[in-house]
Design a binder for this molecule. Structure first.
Ligand code: PLP
Ligand code: COI
Length: 340
């Protein structure tokens, strides 16, 4: 059995032992099945392949200081998957089924859960796809919910270190009243081109402006955006961004720590006023941003010390991750223990 280098894990795919699957057929969900195959056998005309009838989620399991394994706000991910399912007319998995599958896939792959102390986690990827063959544009009758796991390190190889971001004005990832508020693969396909341009120019990722007016900050490719000024945590309100569970939690935490919280449209010009800015998400956790470049508007915004995260981001990061890794009391009731 190959040793895993917990300290240097990338955020990337790797095989584990098992995945769990549940099929929706004839109007109801079946029994949870365990598989050791990394392949799925689906019809070539499946709706997920042709008409993008699919959605996914992302959450993590953490080994705590006390050795217990915890998952974070699993119910929120289940509810968001239901919203995704509703938006593209898929069968919505019940919260309890979702939770049971998460526990099971973590238990079955216990040897892949990174031990405490390396900042590594077990990323859980639930995926829901329409599997019935169709050629006309219509929803599938059958669905597959599958969950696999992969041990991961930080999403951005820098970890908790400031990154550079590029504003994307040439391509939108999502439109108001489109699918930006749910987690369908098409949003990520739409982001690939701008991400490639940003990466080629040396940036870690992109920041999107609102698609309608290009006046307001929307979000980052794989994460929400927040800025800090005057002891206030400010994050965009928008019709085309994914409601991040990390962001929602950080708003609660910021309030608890004595900051004001504002969720409202954030005009592009306000980038010049923030003391700190960051992106946040399950994969990104809190990734501070040190520089934002807008090549088309010919503007550059810089924040704080280029090498060191700002004080508010650091405080939020420390308390947030301490809850996830069981180092401090979970006063919000965000975590649940998995029996492994
Ligand atoms: N925004 C987008 C587009 C994402 O893909 C993600 C990741 O899930 C997020 C935001 C952050 O959401 P969460 O904190 O629920 O992981
Ligand atoms: C997550 O943070 O879970 C994501 O889904 C981001 C990304 C890898 C798509």
């Amino acid at each position: 059995m190959q040793e895993i280098d917990w300290k240097n894990l990338p955020f990337g795919y790797a095989d584990t032992d098992y995945n769990v699957r549940c099929y929706y057929r004839n109007g109801s969900w079946g029994k949870i099945e365990v598989s050791s195959s990394n392949n799925i056998n689906i019809h070539m005309a499946a709706t997920c392949l042709h008409y993008g009838q699919e959605g996914f989620e992302g959450l993590k399991a953490y080994t705590g200081k006390d050795g217990k394994v915890r998952i974070f706000r699993c119910e929120e991910n289940a509810l968001r998957m239901q919203k995704t399912a509703e938006r593209v007319l898929m069968a919505a998995p019940p919260v309890e089924l979702f939770r049971e599958m998460v526990h099971k896939v973590v238990q079955l792959n216990a040897r892949f859960i990174p031990p405490y102390g390396h900042g590594a986690t077990l990323y859980i990827r639930p995926l829901l796809i329409g599997t019935s063959p169709e050629v006309g544009v219509k929803p599938s009758e059958e669905y597959l919910l599958i969950m696999f796991v992969v041990p991961v390190g930080p999403y951005f190889k820098e970890g908790f270190k400031p990154v550079d971001m590029m504003i994307c004005r040439d391509f939108d990832r999502a439109a108001p009243q489109g699918t930006g508020t749910v987690k369908v693969g098409g949003n990520y396909a739409a982001s690939l081109q701008s991400l490639a341009i940003a990466k080629k120019a040396g940036f870690s990722s992109t920041i999107y402006l609102d698609a309608k007016e290009k006046k307001y900050i929307d979000e980052c490719g794989p994460a929400n955006f927040f800025g800090i000024k005057n002891k206030t945590y400010i994050t965009p309100q928008s019709e085309s961004i994914l409601p991040s569970i990390t962001n929602k939690s950080l708003q609660q935490l910021a309030e608890h720590l004595g900051y004001k919280v504002e969720k409202r449209p954030v005009p592009f010009e306000e980038l010049a006023e923030f003391e700190e800015v960051a992106e946040c998400g399950t994969a990104a956790v809190i990734t501070p941003i040190r520089k934002i470049v807008d090549p088309i508007a010919n503007k550059t915004f810089t924040y704080g010390d280029p090498e060191t995260p700002g004080p508010v981001c650091t405080e939020l990061y420390n308390v947030y991750t301490a809850i996830q890794f069981g180092e401090t009391e979970d006063i919000f009731g965000w975590t649940e223990v998995v029996d492994v």
